[in-house]
Design a protein around this ligand. Structure first.
Ligand code: ACO
Length: 336
């Protein structure tokens, strides 16, 4: 079988920075509560001319530059997002903005905070089974658009950002995507969702659609609803198991990983998972103090910062895991 390796990374965040003190002006909270319970101090929020597409394109360009790959040589773009700027998908708009003349396939993957790990899996499948060479994976979300800004239990947690990696086909001896472990539990949706709201509307064809014979509907999404304690428990229970099983599939143990790179939801979740796995604190990658929970963007954003700061070095092995709404969760053992 063919190998797949990570050859570039990039990231981008909106310019507007919102601190805990800023949030204390709009909801009954304070910096200490937020810092102690979550580790978050600032988050970036889309405003002005920024868009999810513009952030994604910036992150993608940086990843391509690092990899020294031209947009025309990309043959697949995977946009992992749950907040697309078009209900039908955002990936083709990224392809357009990157000016890929070869019209590579571009599509969205919707799996909330697990989106990026699912993107890695999809890239590996396309490379190993479909003959693809250069797959651009983007994780990007703008949950700020779906947050209830009067709910102090959720609005303090989230931020907007985009991260990207380029995965390239290679010889199997250079393989950098070792193993995956993936799960879902639809029963847990009640603990975390932004579900569709169906509003029956009067229609030009007659009140309640009497002429059509059925009531026409118009839909929108509700704000994020979350039972924080249940989500916390779910993450701390399921993520260590998943990482252990991915390590086992790769024939590795916890002692062989250089970094633990979890979805950046909450510092207490990161610490609890590391404790259960017996990973020492200095091997945890964390940047959530600056960005909050950026959903599908959080893993590639933190990875990119760690690569560019020299923390993650070529040859390092990383255990990464996404978890969140769906519920979905999954791990990947990767090498930079
Ligand atoms: N500021 C001050 N007080 C607050 C705030 C706030 N921002 N939010 C809640 N409180 C209060 C509550 O009202 C409650 O008060 P009470 O005791 O008088 O009723 C008290 O603080 C404790 O609230 P809990 O919700 O029990 O606090 P908890 O310790 O569980 O922390 C938190 C809440 C931080 C949300 C935590 O549960 C958590 O991080 N859970 C995981 C959430 C998560 O990561 N979600 C994202 C998943 S990824 C995705 O897919 C989007």
């Amino acid at each position: 079988t063919k190998g797949c390796k990570l050859v570039g990374s990039g990231s981008a965040a909106p310019t507007l920075r919102v601190s805990n003190d800023d949030l204390a002006k709009i909801v009954d909270t304070n910096d200490e509560w937020i810092s102690v319970r979550t580790g978050i101090r600032n988050r970036r929020i889309l405003s002005g001319k920024d868009s999810l597409i513009s952030l994604s394109v910036e992150a993608a360009r940086k990843a391509l530059q690092m990899a020294e790959v031209e947009p025309d040589d990309v043959d697949l773009i995977l946009m992992c997002t749950s907040t697309p700027e078009d209900l039908f998908g955002s990936a083709p708009q990224i392809q357009k903005a990157l000016r890929c003349k070869t019209n590579p396939l571009a599509y969205d993957i919707t799996a909330a905070c697990s989106g990026f790990v699912l993107g890695l899996v999809s890239a590996a499948c396309h490379i190993r089974g479909g003959g693809f060479q250069n797959v651009l994976i983007i994780g990007a979300d703008s949950l700020s658009r779906y947050v209830d800004w009067t709910d102090r239990g959720t609005c303090i947690l989230f931020g907007d950002a985009a991260g990207a990696v380029l995965v390239q086909a290679c010889d199997s001896k250079d393989d950098g995507l070792f193993s995956f472990d993936l799960h879902s539990d639809g029963d847990g949706q009640r603990h975390l969702n932004a579900a569709i709201k169906e509003n029956e509307v009067d229609h030009a064809l007659g009140s309640n659609g009497s002429i059509l014979g059925f009531p026409p509907r118009r839909s929108s999404y509700s704000c994020i609803q979350m039972n924080g304690k249940e989500v916390f428990r779910f993450a701390v229970r399921c993520v260590p198991q998943s990482i252990e099983s991915a390590l086992e599939k790769a024939g590795l143990t916890v002692s062989s990983i250089d970094w633990l790179l979890l979805h950046q939801a909450n510092q207490r979740i990161l610490d609890a998972v590391a404790t259960r796995l017996e990973v020492p604190p200095e091997r945890i990658i964390s940047n959530l103090a600056n960005y909050g929970n950026t959903s599908a963007a959080s893993i590639p954003l933190a990875l990119d910062e760690a690569i560019r700061s020299g923390k993650v070095k070529p040859g390092h092995t990383i255990a990464t895991a996404g978890f969140g709404a769906g519920l979905t969760w999954g791990s990947a053992i990767i090498r930079w």
